[in-house]
Design a protein around this ligand. Structure first.
Ligand SMILES: [Zn+2]
Length: 624
């Protein structure tokens, strides 16, 4: 997930039951190990004292009231002398709390913090190991996006999906809501008949008759990976452990794009070791989904905007899949350590992309990413501590963690290490790292020690070449920022020059261009093109009509700058139906920057109900 949700493109990116034997054993073996101590400034829970083990949810989803109500039964293993359990909540209405014997527990709700919510404190008796919390969600629970039928592809049934990362699970489940606290779960979820419910768990592949669904998640996960989606959803199998869920209206399109999903899992396993979550399915959400993807375990949530028809945007799926190792299996202990999730994940995504499409293709992504790092540094300021890999987000919204620094500067550090120690050493190191710390959390300091002890050892030459501290506890781009040879963009630059010098668009050599060559082309063009140039490009390549959301976004940005009104109707349509923050923020910002605030406000008036509350907040800020 992740971003200020507006600054990023990703993760923000969730069944049937495969063979489980050995995998489950590994999980249960870890059940008794104490959670690792960490400094999570975004949770009020005393999770390290109560040792949450498991939660059983029994919830009903009410689309009329836009409310989830029911109970969460927590199994705890409190340390001796722990006399209270503290859970994170955010505007939850707590009805009552019962001990295992059915007696009521005393509880109190602390003061509300606009970022963190309120601590729910429950009195523990001697030997209390079970608490059942009866509760309801509030009208504006941030994790829940309720869609009307009109906001779906099918237009007939309502839809609900959740977004837990970073700290929104507490808006629908009272929980120890920090990335360092793991537990298993099961759930009974009741939804209106005719709808399918899915979770980040073992999932059904078809609708039940009565709208009741049972779920089981036997691998320990942190609260931010709890996920639920409810809608008119159907399933199509790709292979014995992968498949695609989507509304029937887009299921075939989604399947055709992802028919290589099983292979992608194999490719990633070959690089980083066994896939530990049994199934890997992808759910395509309605267009209002604010992120690119969210790596909910076993069931990645993905935006339909990557369904370009030519598989050109599937590196997003490679990214969410990579989280099955970095992020979900080994989890950054706090949001300050987010680069351990996202930087690693981008690095793995690049390696999978390279394995599938070749090194010259992956090189384009490395190149585009460096530009994003430059832009992020410019936004934050060269000396800002927000450009360190290790962040300090105390008293700040953890949404601030999700910038291109964590993603792309983080990935660049891993690339530098790979270039220094050699690919084979690097790959062996990562396989061991994921194995040694599977289903655990990891903070930056412990990772650096592990890196030293397991890879760099006493090799002073390597250490001097990498200077890892400069990256982790230093600003901006260290002087040893790694370079990747990228020949394909050189060819694009030649075409940009030709176009600037008067070659007509139709005569440019663009035949074999992928999405990334096009994106680079738009970046390298003068920021404001003439109307004649816009018309020439549009005529040659039908850019206004493109079905590729990345290219559409780049083209509409140029259209706003050039006041190329021919593209406006399509751009408006794009903004009405697309809820993906990555596209919205730049387009609205550009309209404001170029004096088109009236147009921006008119579009937003119609589009706003389709956007996620987190996105609404961001765009409200841009347009105020
Ligand atoms: Zn990610």
């Amino acid at each position: 997930m992740k971003k200020s949700i507006l600054a990023t493109c990703l993760c923000m990116g969730l069944f049937t039951f495969g063979c489980q034997s050995n995998k489950e054993k590994e999980n249960t073996d870890k059940d008794n190990s104490a959670p690792i101590e960490n400094k999570d400034s975004h949770s009020k829970s005393n999770a390290l004292e109560i040792n949450p083990q498991h939660v059983s949810l029994n919830l009903e989803v009410d689309f009329d009231k836009k409310q989830i109500a029911g109970s969460a039964k927590w199994l705890l293993k409190p340390n001796e002398n722990t006399d209270k359990a503290v859970f994170d909540t955010y505007q939850l209405e707590i009805d009552s709390i019962l001990y295992a014997d059915g007696n009521k527990a005393e509880f109190k709700i602390g003061s509300h913090d606009p970022i963190l919510g309120a601590a729910l404190e429950v009195e523990l008796k001697k030997d209390t190991e079970e608490l059942t919390i009866y509760y309801k969600t509030s009208d504006d629970a941030t994790a829940l996006l309720w869609l009307t039928p009109e906001q779906t592809f099918g237009k007939e049934a309502p839809y609900l999906f959740t977004q837990g990362e970073p700290i929104y699970t507490r808006t629908w489940i009272p929980s120890p809501d920090g990335p360092g606290y793991r537990f298993t779960y099961d759930a009974t979820i009741k939804v209106p008949e005719g709808l399918l419910a899915l979770m980040s768990a073992e999932n059904p592949q078809e609708k039940s008759k009565n709208g009741v669904y049972e779920f089981k998640m036997e691998q320990k996960i942190p609260a931010y990976l709890m996920a639920l989606a409810v809608g008119d959803i159907a399933f199509k199998t790709v292979d014995d452990r992968t498949g695609v869920y989507a509304e029937p209206a887009i299921l075939d399109k989604a399947y055709n794009e992802l028919d290589g999903l099983g292979e992608m899992v194999h490719t990633t396993e070959n690089l980083y070791g066994e896939y530990k979550w049994d199934r890997f399915d992808v759910l395509f959400l309605p267009s209002g989904f604010p992120m690119g993807g969210m790596e909910n375990p076993r069931l990645t949530f993905a935006t339909p905007t990557i369904l370009a028809g030519d598989k050109s945007l599937l590196n997003l799926i490679a990214h969410e899949l990579a989280h099955s190792w970095s992020g979900n299996l080994v989890t950054g202990a706090s949001w300050d350590d987010i680069w351990l999730n996202e930087g690693f994940t981008v690095y793995i995504e690049r390696r999978v992309t390279e394995a599938e499409h070749g090194a010259d293709y992956a090189a384009m992504l490395w190149d585009l990413a460096e530009k994003k790092v430059d832009a992020a540094i410019e936004t934050a300021g060269e000396n800002s501590k927000d450009t360190w890999l290790k962040l300090d987000l105390k008293n700040r919204d953890p949404e601030n963690a999700f910038t291109r620094i964590a993603y792309d500067k983080g990935a660049a550090l891993l690339l530098l290490i790979e270039q220094t120690v050699g690919r084979e050493n690097m790959d062996n190191f990562l396989v061991k790292y994921f194995k040694d710390h599977a289903f655990e959390s990891m903070d930056t300091e412990r990772f650096l020690t592990y890196l030293d002890e397991n890879l760099l050892n006493d090799n002073e030459e390597w250490k001097e070449a990498i200077r890892v501290e400069d990256w982790v506890y230093g600003p901006a781009k260290p002087s040893n920022y790694p370079k990747v040879k990228n020949t394909r963009f050189e060819q694009v630059s030649t075409q940009v020059d030709a176009f600037k010098n008067g070659t007509s668009a139709a005569d440019l050599k663009t035949e074999k261009w992928s999405t990334y060559e096009w994106l680079f082309f738009f970046e390298e063009l003068p920021s404001k093109l003439t109307l004649e140039q816009m018309e020439d490009l549009d005529k040659a390549y039908k850019l206004t009509q493109t079905g590729n959301s990345e290219i559409a976004n780049a083209w509409f940005l140029h259209s706003i700058k050039a006041e190329y009104e021919t593209a406006y109707p399509q751009m408006k349509e794009f903004l009405y139906v697309t809820g993906r923050a990555k596209f919205l923020s730049p387009l609205y910002s550009e309209m404001i920057k170029t004096g088109k605030s009236e147009m921006a406000k008119e579009i937003y008036k119609i589009a706003r109900p389709n956007y996620h509350p987190i996105v609404q907040r961001g765009i409200d800020g841009i347009l105020k």
